[in-house]
Design a protein around this ligand. Structure first.
Ligand SMILES: [Fe+2]
Ligand SMILES: [Fe+2]
Length: 169
């Protein structure tokens, strides 16, 4: 396995870890309201994604990101803060995050060769679920969030920085 594949597994594991924490943060604020079931649905899918990459970390002896303790706090904080701004802001957060992950997984698939067909299939399956999450966000008023463009722009930039950091560290 080449170093690029190890980097992919490290960053995907860190990203799915962060994603699960974002939804946990949103659920802490909005879980009892009408958005609870949708947030639970997305969190459950993130947990499946996380478990898959956690398995690869062990089986393929990939060093996990040293930043996991930071993503533990930052992911939850991002989810809870956007949820506190309102359900539309929480959904805007989902749209921003999932769009970046969609692009990230697309780029990985382009780079993965025949010898990593199983990983490529997994990434594609997860990518389609991330797009489903984005669509849930859009269907639940994301674009009505106050300052939608600014909010999603900031979150997109943060996610891209988190990806670059988790690839490196
Ligand atoms: Fe995910
Ligand atoms: Fe997702």
């Amino acid at each position: 396995m080449n170093d690029q594949v190890k980097t992919f597994i490290r960053v995907d594991h860190a990203g799915e870890y962060g994603a699960a924490r974002i939804y946990a943060g949103q659920l802490a604020v909005l879980g009892r309201g009408k958005y609870g079931p949708q947030l639970e649905h997305m969190k459950a899918q993130e947990q499946v994604h996380l478990d898959a990459f956690a398995g690869m970390i062990v089986q393929r002896r990939v060093r996990p990101s040293a930043l996991l303790p930071f993503w533990h706090v930052a992911g939850f904080a991002l989810g809870a803060v956007t949820a506190a701004l309102g359900p539309e802001a929480a959904m805007a957060c989902t749209v921003a995050v999932e769009e970046v992950i969609d692009e990230h997984y697309s780029a990985q698939r382009e780079a993965l060769g025949e010898e990593e067909a199983a990983l490529s299939t997994t990434v594609e399956q997860f990518r389609l679920e991330e797009r489903e999450h984005r669509d849930i966000g859009l269907a639940n008023g994301a674009e009505q969030a106050p300052g939608y463009r600014l909010l999603t722009g900031l979150i997109r930039a943060g996610c891209k920085a988190a990806i670059r950091l988790s690839e490196a560290v």
